[in-house]
Design a protein around this ligand. Structure first.
Ligand SMILES: Cc1ncc(COP(=O)(O)O)c(C=O)c1O
Length: 362
């Protein structure tokens, strides 16, 4: 078998080897039933167990209170950009948006189709390098909700606190940092995430939604866009991504073996610190994109002295078995995505390369 390389992809991203091995082991006969989990009915008792394992795993890890439903939907985080306003922002009503990067901008674009939006804070003018303080957030009176992105994957900018909506329901796109650290779910009305970074494979979207929001879904909503109906049907209004949900159940098990979210958060802080130290001690050869207090622990973005050198750096990294370091096409530079499953040895391999490269090309 080919060696595994260090995969810095921003998503779909590296999965824990233990999870992949377990999935391989069970590929032909899931739990000894003589069929793959991909080959069984989503209504079977075998799959029911998988769904509950995934749901309970998420509930336990994040400490999701009883008055919240956990849904495994499709359409990616991108569909949530529309589903949130389609359910909770009527024409003539206002929702607040905090824009700290490209994904927040996309969410805003969809909300505008449904009602009024008020951008109460944006860092667009500075090129999305920071996040607001709680005291910078002045919510619109009567706003239906406030939406923000807890980690902007492209720019590498992360909130290191959980904003309080001061009575306005908080909706959060946590696609690229969910499960990377403990959260206080009671602070959110709705939190969602595409699975393909820290939760599992692409094709599943995790939505955690408070019961009072379910009650507020308008009558006559299209079925597949109706959170209430989806919740009433246990995420199985239609055929769910059974394979994806199975992998999520395994990822939850893996996270438990790592000490849960406290354990993984400690490892994430260590990994990110190694990389940011390499940037900070390079005498300006490597320049981090994000402001220090908003540096993402998941997506570490930085520049080199020129685009040519960035190209050369990526080529040398790939040749050394360090893949996926090219920054997003919209911002350029380098992006090292070091999600939960990314090994610390990959981080030190990158910092060694950085030191060598700067010495040779500085
Ligand atoms: C923060 C954030 N939001 C939304 C998305 C879009 O997710 P999806 O491709 O699942 O629709 C991404 C994808 O990378 C993301 O990083």
């Amino acid at each position: 078998m080919a060696e595994r390389i260090f995969n810095f992809s921003a998503g779909p991203a590296v999965l824990p080897v233990e999870v992949l091995e377990k999935a391989r082991e069970e590929m032909l006969s899931f739990g000894g039933i003589g069929m793959s989990v991909m080959e069984i009915s989503h209504r079977s008792k075998h799959f029911e167990k998988v769904l509950h394992a995934a749901e309970n795993g998420i509930r336990e890890l994040l400490g999701v209170p009883e008055n919240y439903k956990i849904l495994f939907l499709q359409g990616g985080a991108t569909l949530q950009f529309s589903m949130v306003p389609l359910n909770f922002l009527g024409s003539g009503e206002t929702a607040d948006y905090v824009i700290t990067g490209a994904w927040g901008k996309k969410a805003l674009k969809e909300a505008k189709r449904c009602g009024n939006t008020n951008v109460i804070f944006t860092t667009a003018d500075e090129g999305f390098k920071s996040v607001p303080q709680q005291s910078d957030l002045n919510f619109t009176e009567g706003a239906k909700y406030v939406h923000y992105t807890s980690n902007e994957t492209i720019e590498g900018v992360e909130f290191h606190y959980e904003p309080d909506g001061a009575g306005v329901p908080v909706v959060c796109d946590a696609s690229s940092n969910i499960l990377s650290k403990p959260l206080d779910i009671s602070k959110y009305a709705l939190i969602y995430a595409g699975a393909q970074k820290n939760i599992g494979p692409s094709g599943v979207t995790l939505v955690i939604i408070r019961d009072d929001l379910l009650a507020a879904v308008p009558e006559n909503q299209h079925s597949m866009l109706d959170y209430r109906l989806l919740a009433e049907n246990d995420s199985m209004l239609n055929t769910p991504n059974t394979w994806g949900i199975y992998i999520i159940s395994l990822v939850c098990e893996w996270l438990r073996s790592k000490g849960g979210l406290d354990g993984i958060a400690k490892m994430n802080r260590e990994k990110a610190a190694i990389l940011y130290d390499a940037i900070d001690s390079s005498d300006g050869y490597y320049r981090g994109h994000a402001a220090r207090d908003a540096r993402s622990l998941m997506n570490i973005t930085f520049r080199l002295p020129s685009e040519e050198l960035e190209k050369q750096f990526c080529a040398e990294a790939t040749a050394a078995g360090l893949d996926g370091l090219k920054g997003h096409r919209s911002v350029g530079g380098i992006r090292a995505s070091v999600y939960n499953a990314f090994p610390k040895e990959g981080v030190t391999a990158l910092t060694s390369l950085m030191a060598d490269f700067a010495q040779k090309n500085g």
